[in-house]
Design a binder for this molecule. Structure first.
Ligand code: 13P
Ligand code: SF4
Length: 400
C-alpha cells in the first residue's frame, strides 16, 4: 500500500501566481515574441497561460517540445511536480543533472526545471553556444540565499588570514556561481549531497581544515561520517563580528560551517521518527543529509535524493519506508512503489516552495517562446566567474 500524501493543485491559481509574479498584466493579443520581451523584466506570465487547463498546457508543452526536437533538452530535478517531470528528458539529483547538462553537447537549449543555482551550474558546464533556461526566474533556493556572496567573501578573507595555509573552501552545489568561483580560485571544490563525504576526503588530503558553505547540517553530518568530533566543528554565525568565533576557535576547528540551512529539511524532527517507529515497528527511516544531526542520527540511512529513490526501489515488497525529504518526491516514490508503504515523516507536509514555482504554464510559455525566436529567462554566468567556478565543479566531477 503506497501512501500518497498530497495531490498537486492545477491549473495555476490566482493566489499561486500572485505569490510568485506580478499579475497586473492586462489580457493582450500582442504576438508572443513581443509579449515575452515586454514581460521579462518582472517575470510576468501572459495571462492567457494562467487560464489554460492542465490538459491544454500538457498538450502545448508536448507539441512545442516535439517541434523543437533535438534543439531542446529538458532536465527535471526530483523535487519537481509530476506535471513537469513527465516532460523531462533526464531526471535526477543535482549531481546527476550537472553531469547530464555537461554531456548535452548538441542541444541549443537546456531547459532546467529546478532552481537557480542548478541552472547557473548548467550554464558553466555547457558550451558557449548553448542557452540554459529557467522557466520561472523567481525559482531560487532559500538556503543558497542564506549565503550572499559578499558575506562569504568577507568571511573567507578573515578565516584565511587568521588560520593561514591549509584551509580548503568547499561549497555545496546550493550556492552562487561566485562562491563556486571562490572555491575554484583557492584550491577548493564543490560537492553535492551524493558525494559530500568523498569531497571532504579530497579536501582533507590537501589541507587540514574545511570551510563549508552554506548548509551547516550537510557539513556537520558529513564531518561526523568522516569521524570528526562535533566539538571540532564550529559555526560561522552570520551577522556576528568574526562569525562569533575567537581566533583560537578558528585555528582549532577542523570544519568551519556556514550558518545556513534548508527550511524544508529542518522541519523533520526526531519525534516524527519515533512516531513512525511506533506505528510501523519494521519501518526503515531514510532522510536527506540536509536534515539536522539529531534526525540523521535517529534515521536508519541518509543520502541524496537519488540514494533515497534507489533505496526504496530496491526494498522488498511489503516493506515500509518513512522518508525525510521534499513531498513531491516522496509522493512520486510512493506511486512508483505500490507494493510498499512509503510515507513522509512530516505529517504537515511542506513542499519546496521555490521548486514548486516551476508550473507547467511557465514551461509552456518558454518553449512556445523558443519556437517564435524569443529566449526568455536565460541564465548566464560571466566568463571570469565561470572560469574559476568550472575549476571547482570539474574537480567535483572527478572525485569518486
Ligand atoms: P540533491 O543533491 O539530493 O538533489 O538535493 C538538492 C537539494 O536542493 C536538496 O534540497
Ligand atoms: Fe533549497 Fe531546500 Fe528547496 Fe533544496 S529543498 S532547493 S535546499 S530550499
Amino acid at each position: 500500500m503506497a501512501v500518497i500524501v498530497r495531490e498537486p493543485v492545477l491549473p495555476i491559481t490566482e493566489i499561486e501566481h500572485s505569490a510568485f509574479c506580478r499579475t497586473d498584466e492586462p489580457l493582450t493579443s500582442k504576438p508572443l515574441v513581443e509579449e515575452i520581451t515586454a514581460n521579462v523584466r518582472w517575470q510576468r506570465l501572459p495571462q492567457r497561460y494562467m487560464a489554460m487547463s492542465p490538459e491544454e498546457l500538457a498538450g502545448r508543452i508536448r507539441d512545442a517540445k516535439a517541434r523543437l526536437g533535438t534543439r531542446v533538452v529538458i532536465l527535471g530535478h526530483h523535487y519537481q511536480r509530476d506535471e513537469i517531470i513527465q516532460f523531462a528528458d533526464f531526471r535526477g539529483d543535482s549531481f546527476l543533472l550537472s553531469q547530464n547538462a555537461a554531456s548535452q553537447k548538441d542541444a541549443e537549449f537546456i531547459v532546467f526545471c529546478g532552481v537557480h543555482f542548478m541552472a547557473e551550474t548548467a550554464d558553466i558546464l555547457t558550451a558557449p553556444h548553448q542557452k540554459v533556461i529557467l522557466p520561472n526566474i523567481t525559482a531560487g533556493c532559500s538556503m543558497a540565499d542564506m549565503a550572499p556572496t559578499d558575506e562569504v567573501l568577507d568571511a573567507w578573507d578573515e578565516i584565511a588570514e587568521t588560520v593561514g595555509e591549509g584551509v580548503i573552501p568547499v561549497t555545496y552545489m546550493n550556492s552562487t556561481a561566485a562562491i563556486k568561483a571562490l572555491c575554484g580560485e583557492n584550491g577548493g571544490i564543490v560537492c553535492t549531497s551524493s558525494n559530500a563525504a568523498a569531497v571532504f576526503r579530497w579536501a582533507f588530503e590537501r589541507g587540514r581544515k574545511v570551510f563549508f558553505i552554506p548548509d551547516q547540517h550537510l557539513g556537520r553530518n558529513t564531518g561526523v561520517k568522516l569521524g570528526i568530533p562535533l566539538e571540532e566543528m564550529v559555526v560561522w554565525g552570520r551577522f556576528k563580528p568574526s562569525g562569533g568565533l575567537t581566533r583560537q576557535q578558528m585555528r582549532d576547528a577542523r570544519v568551519i560551517l556556514w550558518q545556513g540551512h534548508c527550511s524544508v529539511h529542518t522541519r523533520f524532527k526526531v519525534s516524527q521518527i519515533e512516531e513512525a517507529r511506533r506505528r510501523y515497528p519494521d519501518v526503515k527511516v531514510v532522510v536527506h543529509p540536509e536534515c539536522t544531526r539529531e534526525v540523521v542520527a535517529a534515521a536508519d540511512m541518509d543520502g541524496s535524493t537519488e540514494f533515497i529513490i534507489r533505496t526504496v526501489n530496491q526494498g522488498a515488497p511489503g516493506s515500509v519506508f518513512g522518508i525525510g525529504t521534499e513531498i513531491s518526491l516522496v509522493n512520486r516514490i510512493a506511486k512508483e512503489n505500490p507494493d510498499k508503504t512509503v510515507f513522509c515523516l512530516d505529517p504537515v507536509v511542506c513542499p519546496c516552495s521555490t521548486m514548486y514555482r516551476i508550473h507547467p504554464a511557465y514551461l509552456a510559455w518558454v518553449l512556445e517562446g523558443m519556437l517564435e525566436g524569443a529566449v526568455v529567462n536565460q541564465i548566464t554566468v560571466d566568463q571570469e566567474t565561470a572560469r574559476y567556478a568550472r575549476v571547482a565543479l570539474e574537480r567535483m566531477l572527478t572525485v569518486r
